[in-house]
Design a protein around this ligand. Structure first.
Ligand code: ASP
Length: 440
């Protein structure tokens, strides 16, 4: 297996996992077997990735910022990054809205399907918990408050508080710049070394990726919902998928126009991160791999990637925002056609932008924030459970796909920002077994 490129190994693992999952559904004991004996290996893999996410963000952001030597460079990169993120997200939402308005996937859905879906899912604890989660009382500036930790250690101890860790790391990095090179050196050496070590951990974890995605996908297949319902939602899912594919087209175009790199080369290099995003449905879990691919295999300088990627994983979700735009209009087409005004569609652009910024980089988060988009346009609250029930059955597969776009979008923007500040260099691949002979 050594010579096969990593993305092929992962792809083979995925295909075998899907086949195995289908095979197991043929037996009454199959799903239980997968749950007990196969899926834990996938869970362990995701845990390993999450385990190193916080140390990696901390080390790489602090290293990235303290390497800058002066603060104006940081604000330069920061402003470009946020600006480009907002633009790509608005483009994604616009694509979603145009498609869903032209194709109108909600039109073919019969009353009977709506009734069937609401019977199946409206009481489902998954749907209910999403509504409650989104319903927490939140003022308009709460997201800013949430970004600032009141306890650094607590922030680092909780994966869902990634933005707080980013805030702390940026704050620390800037302060290190301000005290000057000499006094900051011990701390800088520490984080530089931590950063190298964590990237080596990524290499090691990735050795198990082909097996892990087998387990993850087998689990997805055996827990998938009613195929009949999936079929009925085909045209809605088709619109989301079509939009996501257009986004890939958009990314490769801007990569080739602005960075002059071959788009296929770009997709090839980033593919292991995309495949993991697909298998884990989590940009946060994929982040260590995205960083490794972008830095070592694409050649984006650490100064740029260390800021752009962790921030992107949490706030830049083009796939999620496109999905939210399509899903909200689809739901309105089916359940509340009178609400489909131009004004409401503009509200969707704004709220889907904010909602995708606010979505956590974990499986299913986009659907929670969809509730907020629907509430913003004044969707009748009593129909919310039915609304979510309507799209719940296909949410997981769509989540897998939109996460791929989220990750690809972050990688694309990191290349653009790097190019614009002269920090897009040549790849410098470090394999897991570099130095292995020395220690053997
Ligand atoms: N799973 C997505 C991510 O982690 C978020 C979402 O759309 O649910 O990027």
């Amino acid at each position: 297996m050594k010579k096969l490129a990593l993305h092929w190994k992962i792809l083979i693992g995925m295909v075998l996992g899907i086949l195995f999952g289908f095979w197991m559904t043929a037996y009454s004991w199959g799903p239980e077997f997968v749950k007990d004996w196969i899926s834990p290996f996938g869970t362990i893999f995701v845990r390993l990735l999450k385990l190193i996410a916080i140390p990696l963000i901390l080390a790489s952001l602090i290293k990235g910022i303290s390497d800058l030597k002066d603060i104006s460079k940081f604000s330069n990169i920061g402003l470009r990054t946020i600006g480009i993120y907002i633009v790509t997200t608005i483009i994604a939402i616009t694509i979603g809205l145009i498609l869903v308005n032209i194709i109108q996937p909600g039109d073919g859905i019969s009353e009977e399907t709506v009734a069937r879906l609401s019977n199946t899912y409206a009481e489902d604890s998954g749907v209910q918990s999403k509504i409650t989660e989104a319903g927490k009382d939140r003022g308009p500036l709460q997201f800013l408050v949430d970004m600032v930790p009141d306890n650094a250690l607590k922030a680092m101890g909780t994966n869902s508080l990634m933005l707080q860790v980013i805030f702390f790391a940026i704050f620390l990095g800037i302060s290190m710049l301000l005290i000057g090179e000499k006094p900051a050196k011990p701390l800088k050496d520490f984080f530089d070394s931590l950063n190298d070590v964590v990237l080596k951990m990524v290499d090691l974890i990735m050795l198990s990726a082909p097996f892990a995605v087998f387990a993850l996908l087998a689990q997805v297949v055996v827990t998938a919902g009613d195929p009949e319902i999936l079929k009925r939602l085909l045209s809605y899912s088709g619109v989301v998928l079509f939009g996501l594919i257009l986004m890939i087209g958009f990314y490769v175009t801007i990569v080739s126009v602005f960075t002059k790199r071959n788009p296929f080369w770009f997709l090839n290099k980033i593919s292991p991160a995309q495949l993991l995003a697909f298998s884990t449905s989590s940009s946060a879990a994929t982040l260590p791999v995205t960083m490794e691919r972008v830095e070592e295999h694409i050649g984006v300088d650490k100064e740029v990637s260390s800021f752009v990627l962790p921030v992107g994983a949490t706030i830049n979700m083009d796939g999620t925002s496109l999905y939210q735009a399509v899903a909200s209009v689809f739901i309105m087409q089916v359940l509340w056609p009178e609400g489909l005004t131009m004004g409401n569609q503009l509200t969707i652009v704004l709220t889907a932008l904010l909602a995708s910024i606010g979505s956590a980089a974990v499986p299913g988060a986009g659907m929670v924030m969809l509730v907020i988009v629907l509430e913003a346009v004044g969707f009748p609250p009593d129909k919310l459970p039915i609304a979510l029930a309507l799209i719940f059955a296909v949410d997981r597969p769509l989540d897998m796909c939109r996460t791929v776009i989220n990750v690809t979008g972050d990688a694309t923007v990191s290349m653009l920002v790097a190019k614009s500040v002269g920090k897009l260099g040549e790849p410098n691949v470090k394999e897991w077994d570099d130095h292995y002979d020395e220690v053997k």
